[in-house]
Ligand binder design. Sequence first.
Ligand SMILES: Nc1ncnc2c1ncn2[C@@H]1O[C@H](COP(=O)(O)OP(=O)(O)O)[C@@H](O)[C@H]1O
Ligand code: SF4
Ligand SMILES: [Mg+2]
Length: 364
Amino acid sequence: MSEEILKVEDLRTYFYSYTKEAFIRSVDSVSFSIRKGEVLGIVGESGCGKSVAAQSILGLITDGPGIISGNIFLTRNDKTVNLLDGLSDYASIRTKRKAILEISKDISGWLKRSESLMKGIRGKVISMIFQNPKSALNPFITVGDQISESIMLHKGIQAKKEAMAIASKWLERVQIDSPSMRLYDYPHGLSGGMCQRVMIAMALSSEPSLLIADEPTTGLDVTIQTKIVELLKKLREELALTILLITHDMNVIMQLADRIAVMYGGRIVEYGLKKEIMDSNSFIRHPYTIALLNSIPTIGEIKAKERLRAIKGDVPDTITLYRGCRFYERCTLKNDRIKKRCKEAEPEMIEIGTGHYMRCWLAE
Ligand SMILES: Nc1ncnc2c1ncn2[C@@H]1O[C@H](COP(=O)(O)OP(=O)(O)O)[C@@H](O)[C@H]1O
Ligand code: SF4
Ligand SMILES: [Mg+2]
């Protein structure tokens, strides 16, 4: 088995909402790992904490009372660093019966420490692509200048001409038409799909150990989404990429991921190899995973541009301290035997098959 590049342990990311006058537990004790060369897909509906988890890994949680705790171990060249090392010295949480009463944080000390931990890592060792690539690119700088500047910064190349030549190669790799001409285009002249290809080229040009792709296809036309998925598939094979793929779209996960973490209400509720989770003979799956799978539109529905069949009900807020299972209200599979337990106690994550974990009383 290949080595773990990233190991996230008990990650918690909490914010204070001034409008709700309460603490939000966006990521609430999440653990997972990513092995070299694999694609780990984190899937869940909007608001489940996927992006906040990614931002936590990259040290991008800078908001005042925002706090993260746990460990994020990054391993490369046989060396392991904890990207949250020492941050707990700058923040503390006061709780009473699991409810958060107060978070105090030395913001400037925190930011200083976080920036020093992320130095040389963000954008270089771990790079990221987002939804809305158009707004992520600088509208005033040509595509070639943006990619070549990133190459000069992260690859230690000093000659602009050389960096531009490498940028052109990356544009070729992401299959942009006439790459050498595109170097001189500004982002506004490019389509959404082309901008995403540019973002992918830029993210990969630092030859990162880990690529985080947060909703890389969301907001693009369906045909373009398919092309971006195909491109990511091709690139991961050619370059043996390690990818943390975040999406609400089960279809994208099915096509790209090797392992899946299903996230709900700030927690991972199912985790394991895709082939095991998706195996139609699998005797057990988390009711939320089943609901997500059932919400995938059929080809006919996609063609008819029908609305996505959403799961009935809303994702839980993570302010309320639920006693029982966070999926209780929406779960259609709880039966009379376990109903009471589901309502009163939150299930622990238990191993139901080799490396396959689930948080549900049905698994008992
Ligand atoms: N900076 C922030 N301050 C307060 N709440 C936030 C912040 N960022 C995200 N959240 C909240 O955290 C929850 C998870 O958000 P997010 O990770 O963006 O969800 P997802 O990516 O799964 O759609 C949401 O309820 C969101 O409103
Ligand atoms: S613990 Fe109960 S309510 Fe929660 S997902 Fe499992 S069966 Fe449904
Ligand atoms: Mg998101």
